[in-house]
Design a binder for this molecule. Structure first.
Ligand code: AP5
Length: 213
């Protein structure tokens, strides 16, 4: 099963993608996590990506596509995957489509997690992320067992640099301009499924399981 997660920054794509990955035993691939791991490791890729991320802009397609195609070519992706944060532009979606078509394959579901902009800024300021294992929490809605510490790996949780209010507003503007057109793109392909992302994360997941059943 090959799944693409759509939705604004902070809509809960990552939260749901991790639950899908566990339930269906497929890898969760987040281009944002890949970039953040590279920023943390101080790699040349990380240094290039960081400048764009800190401004709330997208990393250039050419670089992002190369990283994603390398990742989905790995053995653990043979039975499918859930993509979180990719594609984010029409050119990215077109490359993914044509690479899959070469193998007589296609995306099975594009799940759009719908949350209005006004909820997003509030959510992001409460998000805490683990830069070691990629887990995310929310100080009110999805708190870790021990404040400031990741349940999975025991690392310290941080407020992401790009979760500051001004950067979130910029990311939302970029989303509406460059990523939202993907809703129409996947709708035309007949694989779009929309779920309400404003309810509790367990309820969002129940709705997703229904559409994947
Ligand atoms: P990326 O990491 O992909 O960021 P994003 O799309 O902006 O998404 P987020 O991770 O911010 O949010 P999310 O929807 O996953 O929400 P989450 O589950 O954490 O990308 C970061 C940057 O990298 C980009 O800005 C860009 O520069 C670059 N980049 C990445 N991919 C790229 C690409 N393909 N092309 C070019 N550039 C790229 O949830 C948010 C918060 O809400 C959390 O605190 C969570 O606990 C909480 N929450 C989740 N669900 C609920 C719920 N139902 N109710 C209440 N709270 C909830």
């Amino acid at each position: 099963m090959k799944i693409v997660m759509l939705g604004a920054p902070g809509a809960g794509k990552g939260t749901q993608a991790k639950m899908i990955a566990e339930e269906y035993a497929i890898p969760h691939i987040s281009t944002g996590d890949i970039f953040r791991a590279n920023v943390k490791g101080g790699t040349p890729l990380g240094m290039e990506a960081k400048a764009y991320m800190d401004r709330g802009e997208l990393v250039p397609d050419e670089l992002t596509v190369r990283i994603l195609l390398d990742r989905v070519a790995k053995d653990d992706c043979a039975n499918g995957y859930v993509l979180d944060g990719f594609p984010r532009t029409i050119p990215q979606a077109e490359v993914l489509d044509s690479e899959l078509a070469k193998m007589n394959d296609r995306i099975d579901f594009a799940i759009d997690v719908e949350v209005p902009d006004e909820n997003i800024v509030r959510r992001m300021s409460g998000r805490r992320a683990c830069l070691n294992c990629g887990a995310t929490y929310h100080i009110e809605h999805i708190p870790p067992k021990k404040e400031g510490i990741c349940d999975n790996c025991g690392s310290e949780l941080v407020l992401r640099d790009d979760d500051k209010e001004e950067t979130v507003k910029k990311r939302l503007a970029v989303y509406h301009e460059q990523t939202q057109p993907l809703i129409d793109f996947y709708n035309k392909k007949g694989v779009l499924k929309e779920v309400d992302g404003t309810v509790d994360s367990a309820e969002v997941f129940a709705a997703i399981k229904k559409v994947l059943a």
